[in-house]
Design a protein around this ligand. Sequence first.
Ligand SMILES: C[S@@+](CC[C@H](N)C(=O)[O-])C[C@H]1O[C@@H](n2cnc3c(N)ncnc32)[C@H](O)[C@@H]1O
Length: 243
Amino acid sequence: MAPANDTVYGVHAVTDSLTENLGNKLYIQDDIRGKNVDKLKELASEKKVGISFVSKDKLKEMSDGGVHQGFVLKTSAYAYKELSDLLTITQELDNPLLIIIDGLTDPHNLGSILRTADATGVSGIIIPKHRSVGVTPVVVKTSTGAVNHMPIARVTNLSQTLDKLKAAGFWIFGTDMNGTPHHNWQTQGKLALIIGAEGAGITPNIKKQVDEMITIPMVGHVQSLNAGVAAGILMYEWARNFK
Ligand SMILES: C[S@@+](CC[C@H](N)C(=O)[O-])C[C@H]1O[C@@H](n2cnc3c(N)ncnc32)[C@H](O)[C@@H]1O
């Protein structure tokens, strides 16, 4: 089941959907210029959404005759789960692992995390609505189908989500370069593991809420691992205790 494509059009709707990381492809009327074009081109590029320039008639057809103002966006209509669904799924499990994504923007990294999550028996993924990639066609493709088997919840407030997970008995683990070596990670119980953004890592206020930081020791010259690779190593570290 690939995410169905929906269409939104008009400057405001397109801006909102792009900002919410729901855009798949932006279509711009080929003969218009101005600050809206510049703004939406910049936003699409920031969100890694492709752009095509098409005729006014083509846009009219795509928007079903609606007032498109020169902009049509194809969006992902992936059916996200609620946090409560993930809590229900994990309720009866002794040692579930949830992966929490804090600000990843590269769809290849999210797709790769979904693929390994499925392979290792992770119970679900939590991604923030803002400042993070959602389930786009690239994510679907990179996950090689895992997206269809992995419950993914999108949450508005990651900090409140961590509070709810703690109240449900989860231990919250963060990941960076200054924590407990991953081979000493105590993986019994209900676990949630946070993976940080490609550039900045885990946001400081989220770090304050974790029970413990976990590190994959490194001996070479680079500062950190790719987020998808780090997540993969840690999911296998967790899985080897239970599978
Ligand atoms: C490219 S790293 C971000 C590096 C960032 N400058 C920092 O200081 O955290 C992206 C994410 O991958 C994970 N990661 C990368 N290398 C890691 C390592 N050696 N140990 C644990 N997690 C790691 C963390 O979740 C990190 O937030």
